[in-house]
Write a protein that binds this ligand. Structure first.
Ligand SMILES: C=C1C[C@]23C[C@H]1CC[C@H]2[C@@]12CCC[C@@](C)(C(=O)O1)[C@H]2[C@@H]3C(=O)O
Ligand SMILES: O=C(O)CCC(=O)C(=O)O
Length: 334
């Protein structure tokens, strides 16, 4: 193994990470797996969101064909000539992005397509899409995962004893809701083999998602890591599962539950041998939606930990932040 004093130029501007070593971080084989149709699912969802802000949904009923069709479209798009991909970019914030994430200098070893969805959860007219076949595949996929996000939020409401059942899910099914969809491609990064073993290359830098929940599906390539809430925020690799959907608790759900459910910091490290393809549906509310603890989650005399804000306020602040910032801090009381 050649140990470089300096990263190769292709990795300039992309942060290197100190990666968990085999031995100092067991993979997160304990990621809770929930079958939403099983008895006890609501309590299992709440328990997982409280402990980890993260779990996976199994036996979800989303047809494999819907997922495979979108993955094939994505692979085809990312394999197309660079000029065709650039024609859908640069992402500002929507469209094709290459290495640059957001507007404030974050970089990762990936390319992606970021799309906004309209009130009917179809790809919005404002989003540049490379082909009608990719658009159709996204629309069909999103219809299925939005249903899953809705079921998760209903389970959260039920598990927390919040009525009506759609108190949370209604925020994302609202015709004015702000839903975003992203397809990421992390090319294999052979340069990694020239770095010390303890070094990783940032695929997608650590962050929390600002929305209520995100639903993630990836191919079988490892790379996703989550920070554990206890244990000093230790990073643990999540074993890939192409047949499951991972659910990520976002900052808005943390506030709506007054911190009972916690958003989870997550990141992706590049893989030296295999490309990773992931697709994420981000379930956000309408811009005018007030993000404040639901009265039923507040115990007797319990005050909100956050000052009042709308999703529009939070999103605006998010777009001014760096990826890894703690975006909730400025909204915390005290
Ligand atoms: C540095 C960034 C990049 C942001 C905005 C800002 C802070 C958080 C990032 C995300 C994370 C969740 C999806 C996304 C679409 C979102 O809503 O917030 C991302 C967005 C982008 O990738 O453009
Ligand atoms: O690719 C992944 O698995 C996660 C990507 C991610 O966190 C994001 O797109 O916000």
């Amino acid at each position: 193994m050649v140990v470089l004093a300096k990263p190769p130029p292709a990795l300039d501007q992309i942060s290197l990470l100190r990666c968990p070593q085999p031995g100092d971080a067991a993979s997160f084989f304990g990621v809770p797996a929930v079958d939403l149709s099983s008895p006890g699912a609501a309590l299992a969802v709440v328990d997982a969101c409280e402990r980890f802000g993260f779990f996976k949904v199994v036996n979800h009923g989303v047809p494999t064909g819907v997922v495979d069709r979108l993955e094939a479209e994505a692979v085809r798009f990312f394999a197309s000539p660079q000029a065709d991909k650039d024609a859908c970019g640069p992402a500002n914030p929507l469209g094709y992005g290459n290495k640059r994430i957001g507007r404030n200098g974050d970089m990762g070893w990936l390319e992606y397509l970021l799309l906004a969805l309209d009130g009917a959860s179809s790809v919005s007219k404002a989003s540049p899409v490379p082909s009608s076949s990719l658009r159709d595949a996204v629309n069909q996929y999103v219809a299925a995962v939005r249903g899953l996000a809705t079921s998760v939020l209903e389970a959260v409401a039920e598990g927390l004893g919040v009525a009506p059942r759609d108190a949370l899910s209604g925020m994302v099914t609202d015709a004015a809701s702000d839903q975003v969809f992203r397809i990421n491609h992390y090319p294999a990064c052979p340069l990694l083999q020239r770095l010390p073993d303890s070094c990783g290359v940032t695929g997608f830098g650590e962050h929390t998602d600002p929305q209520l929940v995100s639903v993630l599906r990836s191919n079988g390539t490892a790379g996703l890591q989550v920070a554990l809430h206890d244990d000093g925020g230790r990073w643990v690799p999540v074993p890939p599962d192409r047949d499951a959907f991972f659910v990520i608790v976002g900052d808005s759900l943390q506030v709506l539950t007054n911190g009972r459910l916690k958003s989870v910091r997550h990141r992706v490290v590049a893989n030296s041998l295999k490309p990773r393809v992931s697709m994420i549906y981000f379930a956000g509310p309408a811009p005018a939606q007030r993000i404040a603890p639901l009265p039923q989650v507040l115990g007797h005399g319990e005050q909100s930990l956050y000052r009042d804000f709308t999703w529009g306020d939070y999103k605006k602040a998010a777009y001014r932040s760096r990826l890894g910032d703690n975006r909730l801090d400025p909204f915390r009381i005290q």
